[in-house]
Design a protein around this ligand. Structure first.
Ligand code: ADP
Ligand code: MG
Length: 236
């Protein structure tokens, strides 16, 4: 129900692309784990939200006109103090205004760092939805992170997924090997948590034909679970 209201309010504003915060809210409504994310509209708010969430946090530019935040240095990771959050807010907004003067800026999101990024490596994967001309909604899985375009590791399956199909989808991607064997000597990743995310994405797709594209990139998977740290959803 919360999901339906969110989609309606975005469409009422004549928008098709949900911000990272809105996309994560939709994922959370379907019980997909996301990093707690809040919007700061001023440097002081960034400082207070960071303190509330607990350090370390990540700060990211929030703009309907910016799809790849890293391209405009709109992502700052591992911020360790309120003062650093405040300074980062000011620097980030000034930099983005310089690089993209026409971009509308809502503010900066403050979010918890995914546990895996702080200590030993989790793996970054992507889970997505594309609408294929012939097949319709198609679920995509593969290696994730900012290098995704270079690696081109993508496996696809049509919804609805069941446990068997989601496991097979994971296994068809090349990244499956490092998930099963662990990363850099670490323990194997929690594949059941990853399967649950795929099943819930499939449920979302079946319940909301309004979804045209979805890009959870990255979903960070480690031995303790899976969490979406970035997401973008596009409606029909
Ligand atoms: P972009 O819009 O450039 O894709 P992302 O939000 O995906 O921006 O951030 C870029 C990278 O920063 C991610 O691929 C991930 O490695 C890291 N990252 C982003 N948010 C978090 C977070 N909350 N916790 C840990 N790592 C993060
Ligand atoms: Mg991303």
């Amino acid at each position: 129900e919360a999901a339906r209201l969110l989609i309606e309010s975005v469409l009422a504003e004549r928008r098709r692309t949900l911000t990272e915060m809105e996309s994560k809210a939709l994922l959370a409504a379907f019980h997909i784990p996301v990093t707690p994310t809040m919007l700061a509209r001023s440097a002081n708010e960034a400082m207070m939200l960071a303190t509330q969430l607990g350090f370390p946090v990540a700060l990211k530019i929030d703009s309907p006109d910016i799809v790849h935040k890293s391209d405009v240095q709109g992502v700052a990771l591992n911020i360790q103090s309120g003062a650093a959050a405040r300074d980062t807010f000011n620097e980030m907004v000034a930099r983005v205004k310089r690089l993209q003067p026409l971009a509308r800026i809502n503010g900066v999101t403050v979010q918890k760092m995914a546990r895996a990024q702080r200590g030993r490596g989790g793996r970054e994967v992507c889970v997505g939805l594309v609408t294929d001309e012939a097949f319709g909604p198609t679920i995509v899985f593969g290696a994730g992170g900012t290098m995704i375009e270079l690696i081109a590791d993508r496996a696809m399956e049509l919804p609805p997924l069941n446990q068997f199909l989601s496991r097979r989808l994971i296994e068809r991607a090349r990244v499956a090997e490092t998930l099963q064997q662990g990363w850099q000597g670490g323990p194997p990743a929690d594949l059941e948590a990853l399967e649950r995310v795929l099943l819930r994405v499939s449920e979302m797709v079946c319940e909301f034909p309004q979804l045209r594209e979805m890009d959870i990139n990255p979903l960070i998977v480690d031995e303790t679970g899976a969490v979406a740290v970035d997401a973008r959803i596009v409606l029909q």
